[in-house]
Design a protein around this ligand. Structure first.
Ligand code: NAD
Length: 493
């Protein structure tokens, strides 16, 4: 998707909440959305009151019987129609997305915008998930006579799904939840991240025009944790599909326990990137440099934790240092910019805190490490070497343009280092051939492992081991995630 210059953003535009098919004024007023490129205000987002959050959940509950009764083919047809509308019109949101997320032109055009329609398109075709089990002989017993037991296993929607998402890819993260949830017959309440909900509100306006019945899709926004927390506690919500930090994921599990919420947890990552002694270092460098150049490292799947064979270490870090120095840091709207801002000043300070902490723990900063001399929330591409497994910069998710490098002495050592992490979302292996990468990859405790490539398979299950989450989505696995299995069994005599 490549567009002309995006339309200017109207700072005075009024945004509303969608509750039960009505676009309503927020009871709690609005709060400012800050452009991380400049720290100026780019718009004002609605702040839902507690009763409006409850109304949204109740509206989704009221819409559920009609929606789940609709044939899957009809639901999927609406998703296909929504995908068409998104593909036609999502480009109009480019300026807003760049302004509220700080995504560069490349990230906006290659991922933020087109992936939204793609996620809907993936679920435009109905799928039969039912299965009939082989007949099973049952002997007469105190419960009744013997016979041949049969069972049919069907997938039922879970019910009302609260889709609570992170700030990094506001449209994609929501679309990836809403589309499979709706295809399965659930209704949804969307709660986007507080930092950048405006384009998502507009995208819901586009999606809604496909003709979804009132209450099937609702959206509420707010500046703090309260809006999401209220949904997690609501008895009208059956499932929480969450994308965000592991720390908040823990809170949601705790709060959701009282009402036995079904959970899909897409949480943090600290992607290991293993390089063997026979790998193509230049290919690996292209991949590692995406930590800097692809949304400033604010992507859960980024290969931030490089584990390189000692014999290739110096070559790798010399080349990475040279690449880091070439990447242009600047306003996301400038077509020449490779590294845009991180989302807020607070997050920039947090990332800087990690870099300072790494230095204090003995890491050497070979690139970056100083705040770029310009207004906005910028962090220069940063490379830390001489790292050891116990350092905070190695253990914790930084979520910024920061790469840490460790050296290994062979495949077993590399796997041990890769697995010495609380996270296990997306890791990578660069080896001389794919077969060797495959053998190493299967030993890494990670829900996904890229072999000599960063490219994920669109239909492969996506999700994390360990603190990186619970459950899987994408492709047919997304339909599994948003459904309950029901077994209907009988006895033939
Ligand atoms: P975050 O955890 O701070 O916030 C995520 C969402 O949770 C926001 O909408 C926020 O308002 C809401 N929230 C906060 N407290 C809540 C509470 N008590 N109850 C309910 N909702 C609450 O995350 P973030 O800073 O927006 O995003 C960055 C994180 O997201 C990183 O850890 C990143 O790895 C992760 N992430 C994971 C994936 C994945 O697919 N695994 C994808 C993208 C981002």
């Amino acid at each position: 998707m490549e567009s002309a210059e995006p339309a200017p953003v109207d700072i005075g535009e009024e945004y509303r909440l969608l509750i039960g098919g009505e676009w309503v004024t927020p009871d709690a007023g609005t709060y400012p959305i800050v452009d991380p490129n400049t720290t100026g205000v780019i718009g004002h987002a609605p702040e839902a009151s507690a009763s409006q959050v409850a109304d949204a959940a109740a509206a989704a509950r009221a819409a559920l019987p009609g929606w789940r009764a609709m044939p899957m083919a009809d639901r999927c047809a609406l998703l296909g129609r929504a995908a068409d509308l998104l593909d036609e019109r999502i480009g109009s949101l480019a300026g807003l997305v760049q302004g509220e997320t700080g995504a560069t032109v490349n990230v906006t055009e290659s991922m933020q915008l087109p992936s939204c329609g793609e996620r809907f398109r993936q679920y435009q075709t109905p799928v039969n998930l039912d299965e009939t089990l082989a007949p099973y002989p049952v002997e007469a017993n105190p419960l009744g006579p013997g016979g041949l037991a049969g069972a049919h296993v069907i997938r039922q929607p879970v019910g009302v799904v609260a889709c609570i998402t992170s700030y990094n890819f506001p449209l994609v993260n929501v679309a990836g939840k809403v589309a499979p949830a709706l295809a399965m017959g659930n209704t949804v309440v969307i709660k986007p991240a507080p930092q950048d909900p405006l384009a998502m509100i507009k995208a819901v306006g586009i999606i809604e025009e496909a003709g979804f019945p009132p209450g099937v899709i609702n959206i509420v926004t707010g500046p703090g944790a309260g809006t999401g927390a209220a949904l997690v506690e609501s008895r009208d919500v059956d499932m929480v599909s969450f994308t965000g930090s592991s720390a908040v994921g823990v809170k949601i599990m705790e709060a959701g326990a009282a009402t036995m919420k079904r959970l899909l947890m897409e949480l943090g990552g600290k992607g290991a990137c293993v390089l063997t002694e026979d790998c193509d270092v230049d290919a690996a460098i292209g991949a590692i440099a995406t930590v800097w150049g692809f949304h400033s490292g604010q992507i859960c799947t980024a290969p931030t934790r490089v584990i390189v064979h000692r014999s290739r270490h110096d070559e790798l870090v010399d080349k990475l240092t040279a690449v880091a120095g070439m990447l242009k840091v600047g306003d996301a709207r400038d077509r020449g910019t490779v590294v845009g801002p991180v989302i807020t000043e607070a997050h920039r300070d947090r990332v800087e805190g990690y870099i300072a902490g790494g230095r204090a723990e003995g890491a050497t900063v070979l690139a970056g490490g100083e705040r770029p001399d310009r207004p906005g929330c910028f962090v220069a591409p940063t490379l830390l070497v001489d790292c050891t497994p116990g350092m905070r910069v190695v253990r914790e998710e930084i979520f910024g343009p920061v790469v840490v490098v460790l050296a290994h002495d062979g495949d077993d050592h590399a796997v041990e280092l890769a697995n010495s992490s609380d996270y296990g979302l997306f890791s990578y292996v660069f080896a001389g051939d794919t077969a060797r990468a495959f053998e190493i990859g299967r030993r890494i405790e990670s829900g996904n492992v890229g072999l000599n490539s960063l490219a994920p398979h669109t239909h492969a299950p996506f999700g994390g081991f360990k603190m990186s989450g619970i459950g899987r989505d994408r492709g047919v696995y997304g339909l599994h995630a948003y459904s309950e299995m029901q077994a209907l069994s009988w006895l033939s005599r």
